[in-house]
Design a protein around this ligand. Structure first.
Ligand SMILES: [Zn+2]
Length: 238
């Protein structure tokens, strides 16, 4: 299901069993941007079909929020080039070099390449692990990149955050929304979720500098700006 946020922005809901994240879409006058690529070619193709069903053009570009499989492995199902920060590209280069099989997965679980939480969801999305295909983003930036899509801009900004080293938020200033991927969440270490108050504080401060009314998080419902900062304050006061 594709939800309309405004006459320029659409998004999907996350799915728990497969760990499929929220996908976003911004329609400019000349180009359309997809935010995150989904967790498999199947997921990405379903998103493209939803766009087509609503008469929306296929994305011209894809912005990746971070390198985790559920946000990036859909890229091989999309014809458009993807944009990522250099750290995301580096992580995906590593993943693209991996062999995907039951045998190999046992090794990845043992050496920490893949966490048990991820494996559980990967097996729901990929009954045959051999179907995994990791495509690489071709457009790479370091700290910040602004895209002029015609009448609408998207600002991709790499920010210190508690979830990963490579988190990028996608800020749509005219729409006053920000897609943060998983950057607002804790870090997955083994089977534990670990919060990093210092990084969360830095992340919250960076977001406070942006003018937005709504925030899209990777695995939940959209939040108002006030709900987001209440959630951060709660975690920082624990
Ligand atoms: Zn993640």
């Amino acid at each position: 299901m594709l939800y309309r946020f405004s006459d320029r922005v659409w998004y999907t809901q996350a799915e728990e069993a497969t760990d499929r994240p929220v996908l976003g879409y911004l329609r400019g006058d000349r180009m359309a941007l997809m935010i995150d690529a989904g967790n498999s070619a199947r997921h990405a193709e379903q998103f493209l079909a939803l766009l087509e069903g609503q008469g929306l053009p296929a994305p011209d570009l894809v912005a990746l929020t971070h390198s985790h499989w559920d946000h990036c492995y859909g890229l091989c199902g999309i014809g458009a080039p993807a944009i990522a920060c250099s750290a995301t590209r580096r992580d995906l280069e590593r993943d693209a070099g991996l062999v995907w099989s039951d045998d190999a997965m046992r090794g990845y679980l043992a050496d920490g390449t893949v966490q048990a939480f991820c494996e559980e969801h990967m097996r729901v999305e990929y009954p045959d692990l051999g179907e995994i295909c990791v495509a690489l983003p071709q457009l790479i930036f370091e700290r910040e990149l602004t895209l002029d899509l015609g009448g609408r801009t998207a600002v991709l900004r790499r920010l210190t955050n508690p979830h990963t080293e490579d988190g990028v938020v996608v800020y749509l200033p005219q729409e006053r929304v920000v897609f943060v991927g998983d950057a607002a969440y804790e870090e997955l270490v083994g089977n534990d979720w670990i919060d990093h108050p210092d990084k969360l504080r830095t992340f919250a401060d960076a977001l406070r500098g942006m003018d937005f009314t709504h925030c899209f998080v990777g695995h939940g419902a959209p939040m108002t700006c006030a709900e987001l900062f209440d959630w951060f304050d709660q975690r920082l006061s624990d």
